[in-house]
Design a protein around this ligand. Sequence first.
Ligand code: FES
Length: 150
Amino acid sequence: MRERKIELMDNKISRRALICGAIALAVGVTPEIAQAAVPAQGITKRKDGKLDLNLAKNPALKKVGGAVTIDLTDGTSVAIVRTAAGVAGLTVINLSCTHNGVTVMQNGNQWLCPAHGSQFTLAGKVVQGPARTALFKYPSTATLKTLTIG
Ligand code: FES
């Protein structure tokens, strides 16, 4: 399995997010977005480098299809997605398109790449290319209150 660091960045709007938003507006993606991921709240970094996410502070994750995002220091973003009910129903993926690294955006029940049109399921599997591989998935464990990433 590939390794990927999960270094937390301030949860402000990143330059990359602004650029992707501008691209999305230019290609007309935004009007079709039924649901959009929101910045995660209640994140703490543990001594072992893993991140803990307080689930009570992220109501978007109560409903299947809900997603929250975390910006990392490497300029990429991570999404925590509710893909099913229960503690095993959370998936953590990196939002860098596996075709050429552009940040994908939530478009209803899929992630859409504004660069060349790749589409992924909410869990990160390829639905449509040119991307050929799934979005990077981080290991995670959950309790009723906390999701631990890394
Ligand atoms: S970078 Fe995403 S489809 Fe090309």
